[in-house]
Design a protein around this ligand. Structure first.
Ligand code: COA
Length: 260
């Protein structure tokens, strides 16, 4: 499948989505955000898809940010709307998916690109990747969740330093800070993501979705994460996956989860 700005490929239970604007370092223009939003919604409801890998075309960039040429002339109201819509249709939407999304960060992940990677559930970076939130160098701030999620990953002090200096960090530093889960060679990047996705694909999709929901609850305002965990834990007992998982264990065989 091919959108104008993204490529969608199926590899068994894994859906590989590639942002395909390499001449603009895969910068997120309005159309790309819309196509990504639709691709993620489609993956979420497709019972054959157990994990998504999101990457950028080429070896230079994952995503070099929101497309600066599109918002350079915006006023206050348009700026606020751009941010709100992005949160709603893509960045928050990915974070809320029950199907795990793995960001394969294959080069520059700047601004909206790092924000996109941080919306994903798992991040793997190639050792040539460079990450940062350079928005203040343009006179603006991260507007797709970066001020919140970066602090969640690396702590408030380091987040403010990265945002205020607009500096880029190397993949090795991102790994050490916990901003990415793994670092690989550029050649090994997708295979590492496939390895993680395959492990995910063998487990209960309904339980994974419940687990993601409970972890996300910790970061939601006015929500008791423990209460969400209790409710999500209980809900698992009503699923076919739970019957299959426990039965398979007792019968000493591998479970075959139908899921979703
Ligand atoms: N928005 C729009 N276009 C972008 C872009 C962005 N965020 N990032 C890169 N591009 C475009 C460039 O304008 C250039 O297009 P052109 O060939 O039509 O002129 C093309 O992608 C290649 O980028 P270029 O700057 O020539 O590559 P480089 O190797 O010299 O530099 C970067 C790479 C990533 C350092 C540089 O492109 C950059 O700083 N990009 C913006 C990063 C940013 O501020 N992101 C946050 C946005 S809120």
């Amino acid at each position: 499948m091919e959108g104008k700005n993204i490529k969608i490929e199926n590899e068994g239970a894994i859906r590989l989505i590639t942002i395909n604007r390499p001449s603009k370092l895969n910068a997120l223009n309005k159309e790309t955000i819309q196509e990504l939003s639709e691709a993620m919604s489609t993956a979420e409801v497709d019972s054959s898809v157990r994990a998504v890998i999101l990457t950028g075309e080429g070896q230079k960039a994952f995503v070099a940010g929101a497309d600066i040429s599109e918002f350079a002339h915006f006023d206050v109201d348009q700026g606020a709307k751009l941010s709100a819509k992005g949160h709603e249709i893509l960045f928050n939407a990915i974070e809320a998916m029950g199907t795990p999304v793995i960001a394969a960060v294959n080069g520059f992940a700047l601004g909206g690109g790092l924000e996109l990677a941080m919306s994903c559930h798992i991040r793997v970076a190639s050792d040539n990747a460079r990450m940062g939130l350079p928005e203040v160098s343009l006179g603006v701030i991260p507007g797709y969740g970066g001020t919140q999620r970066l602090a969640q990953f690396i702590g408030k002090g380091r987040a403010i330093e990265l945002i205020a200096t607009a500096k880029m960090i190397k993949a090795a530093d991102a790994l050490q800070m916990g901003l990415v889960n793994h670092m690989t060679t550029p050649e090994g990047l997708l295979d590492k993501c496939r390895e993680i996705a395959s492990q995910i694909a063998g487990n209960s999709p309904t339980a994974i979705a419940a687990g993601i929901r409970a972890v996300n609850a910790q970061f939601a305002e006015n929500v008791d994460g423990y209460a969400v965990e209790i409710e999500a834990f209980g809900s698992c007992f009503g699923t076919a996956d739970f019957v299959e998982g426990t039965t398979a264990f007792l019968e000493k065989r591998k479970p075959n989860f139908e899921g979703k």
